[in-house]
Design a protein around this ligand. Structure first.
Ligand SMILES: [Zn+2]
Length: 290
């Protein structure tokens, strides 16, 4: 009886998250695959939800982000078991968006879920539509991150070190960079969007001006050459620098329209339609500053 209720809850909860996340990956679902990035390090592609990562350490496996459905998590675990018999020890949620965390309940209970302390708080925030978070349900408590950090956390998987780094507010208030120093690779979650405007979740405390500072600080502080992210192929440092420049030029443009006294709707009309959400965030940020 209890089990049935739990299954129903999870299904309901998955539906809520699915219905609020219009990401391309959810429309056409490719099977989950692991793409090799470096020795022992893979990008998780396909399935329902964002791209993630898998690191095979000396004595266990670390997974980055959780996909959204039981099917995709089962596929992810099956793919991992094809390349190693080491247990999955850690799951890192790079931030609190549904396409990165909704699969948490489908990982074994023995897996330790880790996130930035602000990300953990965001699990319990009301959703964008004002409805309460499904993570308040006691049945889901074991799948909320149980380990958090503030600035930096080192995780050793045998000899191998993985660094969780926090560089500040940006896409949300709790975005983690998962940095593999030896492999010169970092997983950024949604701190970078390619081929579509950057998402800034103002309702979670995200901020575009802080985003520019945070990405700049990240480039100054880590020595990665390859950057994996939730919704695009791996990119290099130059592409991130270009992304920062692009954001700054959109901000400058919005600023000059605000100075001309234009309303939000008028400013939105100056940009392509798909920029509306980003422009709105920037507009509100400028208005609050002035
Ligand atoms: Zn995402």
């Amino acid at each position: 009886m209890i089990k049935k209720r739990k299954v129903l809850l999870i299904l309901f909860f998955s539906f809520l998250l699915l219905s609020s996340q219009p990401f391309a990956q959810q429309r056409e679902t490719r099977p989950v695959t692991l793409e090799k990035i470096a020795e022992n390090l893979y990008q998780i592609s396909g399935g329902r939800g964002a791209n993630g990562g898998v690191y095979i350490g000396g004595n266990g496996v670390l997974v980055i982000d959780a996909k959204m459905t039981k099917e995709s998590v089962d596929q992810t675990i099956a793919e991992i078991q094809k390349i190693t018999d080491k247990p999955i020890k850690f799951l890192v949620n790079t931030h609190s968006d549904g396409d990165h965390i909704a699969g948490n309940p489908f990982f074994p209970k023995s897996v330790t879920i880790i996130a930035h302390e602000n990300c953990r708080k965001e699990f319990f925030h009301s959703r964008r539509d004002g409805k309460p978070s499904a993570w308040n349900e006691p049945e889901l408590a074991p799948y909320v991150p149980s380990l958090t950090y503030r600035d930096k956390m080192d995780i050793y998987l045998g000899e191998k070190k993985v660094e969780l780094r926090y560089f500040g507010v940006g896409h949300t208030k709790g975005d983690t960079v998962v940095y593999f120093p030896e492999e010169k690779t970092a997983f950024l979650g949604d701190q970078i969007f390619m081929g579509r405007p950057q998402l800034i979740h103002s309702y979670k405390g995200g901020n575009s001006f802080a985003h520019v500072k945070t990405l700049t600080k990240m480039l100054e502080n880590i020595d990665a050459v390859t950057f994996c992210s939730g919704h695009s192929d791996p990119i290099d440092r130059n592409t991130i620098e270009h992304h920062i420049q692009e954001m700054m030029s959109i901000q400058e443009k919005v600023k000059s329209f605000v100075e001309q006294g234009k309303t939000l709707d008028e400013v939105k009309k100056e940009f392509e339609e798909n920029h509306a959400r980003l422009v709105e965030s920037i507009f509100n940020e400028i208005k609050n500053l002035s």
